[in-house]
Design a protein around this ligand. Structure first.
Ligand SMILES: [Zn+2]
Length: 300
């Protein structure tokens, strides 16, 4: 990731982000002036009209399912107001619990770690690809290239710097962690994800910052080779897993905001993720049908 081509991409991206910047500042000011609490959908007035804020992160609990072999979340109270005058907890967790980032370094020894991902990649027009009908019938359903092309036929070419999210409806299983992980009698896991061919299409034929899923893994559960992880992450893009509330977000036109982890050498980590849409976000890249030049293919 050190070629002049990459630097050119960074320059292109930064100039595009400059256009995003003014609205982003308005969004932050609106949050600061509001209650500070984020519900699934909050409506408040900001300059330019009302915005809808979607909280795309789940609350992490000790019961939150993790990939088999990973350490579940635990929390121990370290201080209480009654005894110490302040409240504090110690946490123990895998980086890959709850709604979390997969950094390129998760699957690429030369990949960037989450703490070093460019911050401009955390503000992106988001495309939501809904495969919930198919996933309801088939736990092994995957986002395929045709799903992306079908999205583009309705909403226009994926905008430059897009984040592409799969909505499968799988979060309805979270209250039953076993059914969310869904390990079959064959020992394989069964939940939806991105097909590696779709991942390859996105990183080589479109310009994306990352992909996200409302399941435990970017790859579908039955994957044996993590082909999607091995395509997206070594290409310098990031993943988001266990995303929440994607069913509430418009298929096109919303802006993703990722509050990523920043501990040193992070392979990933729990993240607070939002989608913002309506009002002042109208006209942002996600709502434009064909701003994607597609000229950023083959970045590695
Ligand atoms: Zn992960």
């Amino acid at each position: 990731m050190c070629s002049s081509a990459v630097m050119e991409q960074v320059r292109t991206r930064i100039s595009r982000r400059a256009f995003l910047g003014a609205t982003g500042a308005a969004v932050v000011a609106g949050v600061a002036g509001g209650s500070g609490t984020a519900q699934a959908t909050t409506i408040f007035q900001a300059q330019g009209g009302s915005l809808r804020i979607h909280d795309l992160s789940h609350t992490i609990t000790p019961q939150f399912p993790v990939f088999p072999g990973a350490q579940p979340f635990s929390m121990a109270t370290d201080a209480t107001i009654e005894e110490d005058g302040f409240y504090r907890n110690n946490l123990s967790l895998t980086e890959h619990v709850g709604t979390h980032i997969d950094a390129p370094a998760h699957f690429d020894a030369d990949g960037v770690t989450a703490d070093r991902l460019p911050v401009e990649n955390f503000f992106a027009p988001v495309a939501v690809i809904n495969i919930s009908m198919r996933a309801a019938q088939d736990a092994d359903a995957q986002v395929v290239v045709d799903d992306i092309l079908a999205w583009e036929s309705r909403h226009g070419r994926l905008p430059s710097g897009a984040f592409v999210a799969m909505y499968s409806g799988w979060e309805s299983r979270l209250s039953d962690p076993d059914s969310y992980v869904n390990q079959g009698a064959d020992r394989a896991l069964h939940f939806p994800g991105f097909h590696p061919d779709a991942a390859d299409f996105l990183v080589s034929k479109r310009d994306i910052v990352g992909i996200g899923v409302d399941t435990l893994s970017l790859d579908f559960g039955a994957s044996k080779d993590f082909g999607t992880h091995n395509t997206v992450l070594p290409a310098g893009r990031y993943g988001l897993e266990n995303m929440a509330n994607l069913g509430r977000v418009s298929a096109a036109g919303a802006t993703l905001i990722v509050g990523g982890p920043k501990h040193v050498d992070a392979s990933g980590g729990p993240s607070r993720v939002y989608a913002v849409e309506g009002g002042a976000t109208r006209g942002m890249p996600g709502s434009l049908p064909s701003t994607g030049g597609g000229g950023m293919s083959g970045r590695r």
